[in-house]
Design a protein around this ligand. Sequence first.
Ligand code: FAD
Ligand code: FES
Ligand code: FES
Length: 469
Amino acid sequence: MIEFVLNNKLIKTTANAGITLVDFIRSEQQLKGTKIGCREGDCGACTVLVGTINSKNHLIYKSITSCISPLGNAHGKHIVTVEGVNLNNKLNTIQTALKNNNATQCGFCTPGFVMALVGLSLQEHLVSKQDAITAISGNICRCTGYKSIEKAAYQIFEELTQIPLNNRLNWLINHLFLPEYFLTILDRLKQIKTPNIALKNSIKVAGGTDLYVRYADNLADADVHLISQVQQKMELTFDENRCTLGANTTVSDLFYNPTFKTYFPEIHAHLKLVSSEPIRNMASLAGNIVNASPIGDMTIFLLALNAEITLKNDDNYLRTLMLKDFYKGYKKLDLHAQEHLLNIAFKLPKLACKFNFEKVSKRTHLDIASVNSALQISVVQHKIQFAHLSFGGVAPIPFYAKNTCNFLGNKILSVAILKEASQILQDEIQPISDVRGDESYKRLLARQLFYAHFLKLFSKTFKILELVS
Ligand SMILES: Cc1cc2nc3c(=O)[nH]c(=O)nc-3n(C[C@H](O)[C@H](O)[C@H](O)COP(=O)(O)OP(=O)(O)OC[C@H]3O[C@@H](n4cnc5c(N)ncnc54)[C@H](O)[C@@H]3O)c2cc1C
Ligand code: FES
Ligand code: FES
């Protein structure tokens, strides 16, 4: 039995956990405000909010695309559709802002934008007006034009700057962002005690953002093993020099974690290059690693952190290996049928250590990479202590550039050394021509991204012309 609160209504259903949330909402519940555009997580027409009780007993809301989310992942949560933010006979503040800024024409995308902006209003740490644009980064409008939508989003952000630190929910209700029933949700979710609904020996689904794009129809009838229902999300843990991430940690968990940001100051800029806000809210690190796409951004990120992964089998036997040893060939993994990924760990970067991530894709945002790369490097008095360099899109697997890393170790950082290293890199990569670019273009990108790391991390030491001439 799957049990959750949909808007203001308790749902108990025996529908298959593998059907998409949007189909349940529209077909079973006849709530037609949530639209279907692409069914691939790209357009945002199906955006809804998911409210989850976190370890501090707070209700946290995130936007997701319901077309690629399994119904079973709603268990124990509050799902909010556009019908659930309507006020009696009145537009709410967000709808009013869209209307007043002429930010809607045919209206097909509008429920998605409304829900993304309601998600913004429920976000705890709003920093700059750029957050308003991030919130709608997963929503596409084909007819209005984005300037009027952006104006509405900025106006909403301005109003939200008045929100007090405490009593946020009451403020949102009093200022007509949300209906009053939101005050009852935390207590109602605490009543849901149904045991977990995961099934062993069936298809493992985490966020679903890879699986549902390809297999939504098959999964609708299949047994699904819902990783997030069994493997309660482990918080990110930091000890003196090590960080451990539960396999189910999402990209947004890294994005919004303040401690993570102290070690990776550029994390927001880096992760904004990964999909869009609602996808980042769903996409797990394990899903990215096990999907084994040669261009998976988070895998490239973690390879450069020289991460290790721990696998657990059905008999609770644990096995730990380096992430770089996990990939045996195109989509071939050192993973047994009875095993799942439990966690990911890496040494936290020390003071002398620098980290950078680069990605080139046809569009800057909401696109997969042609080539991506990450570098972690430690340099003391011009001498390289170690370098971990990874590349996506240049080999059949997410690629750890072992020869280049070995060469760089213990060398004095100089233009000549980098040029030599760049040649070693070219010798060890094997890009192929495909829709994202031909082989020579990818070789060029690998060279440019390699130098880009050093130009960014050592901007006082290197000038672009010295490297590329
Ligand atoms: C619109 C859109 C944009 C995207 N943009 C990007 C992008 O910019 N960069 C990028 O890298 N990716 C992108 N992706 C791909 C996807 O979001 C990521 O790969 C994501 O990390 C997958 O995680 P998930 O939890 O959704 O995986 P799922 O789809 O749930 O699972 C993926 C695979 O991992 C397996 N799996 C999941 N968890 C475990 C576990 N604990 N143990 C063993 N196996 C497991 C599943 O069985 C499945 O084979 C995008 C996807 C969409 C739909
Ligand atoms: S229908 Fe396009 S993102 Fe879901
Ligand atoms: S108003 Fe028509 S798609 Fe956005």
